[in-house]
Design a protein around this ligand. Structure first.
Ligand code: GDP
Ligand code: MG
Length: 168
């Protein structure tokens, strides 16, 4: 039987929770002091979409985003994208448009979702509800609010993207 593999890139400023999201989704764990294991490029998880097996491959950026030095290899062959910002980091929100352009330059137009992570810290938010909604609308993306910490909506992000890719 045919197995579909889907390479998904997760971009956004450092500290928004990208590595934690990959660990949560693929390994079911959350640690506050997660440090990337050297040598691990990606993790994967298999799910079923419309009765078909889809292998979701998630690539981590290993902190390179701090230096604006993500290599072309990171983006190569990516079929879907997660644009991530943090509820408590205004800069990460304002950087989303630049991240979208970067991914588009490398990958063209691929199914993309906007993720507002750390929704468990909503009482400390620096981004209003309307601002997040308006950004999603202007980018033409769905907005999904997640808490990797509390495991809220993380699986929905990848199920949504896999479904979009499957339909395309
Ligand atoms: P990255 O730089 O984007 O890969 O971000 P990390 O995954 O390293 O996470 C940065 C920090 O945010 C870590 O201390 C995480 O434990 C924390 N973090 C990640 N997701 C959440 C979340 O949903 N809620 C809260 N409160 N903290 C989170
Ligand atoms: Mg990281």
């Amino acid at each position: 039987e045919l197995e579909i593999a889907l390479k998904v890139v997760i971009v956004g400023n450092g500290g928004v929770g990208k590595s934690s999201m990959i660990q949560r989704y693929c390994k079911g764990i959350y640690t506050k002091d997660y440090k990337k294991t050297i040598g691990v490029d990606f993790l994967e998880r298999q799910i079923e979409i419309d009765g078909e097996d889809v292998r979701i491959m998630l690539w981590d950026t290993a902190g390179q985003e701090e230096f604006d030095a993500i290599t072309k290899a990171y983006y190569r062959g990516a079929q879907a994208c997660v644009l991530t910002f943090s509820t408590t980091d205004r800069c990460s929100f304002e950087a989303i448009k630049a991240w979208k352009i970067k991914v588009e330059n490398e990958c063209g137009e691929i199914p993309t979702v906007l993720v507002q992570n750390k929704i468990d810290l909503i009482d400390q938010t620096v981004v209003s509800f309307d601002e997040a909604e308006n950004l999603a609308r202007s980018l033409g993306c769905r907005l999904i609010r997640t808490s990797v910490k509390e495991d809220v909506n993380v699986a929905s992000v990848f199920r949504y993207l896999a479904t979009k890719c499957h339909q395309a």
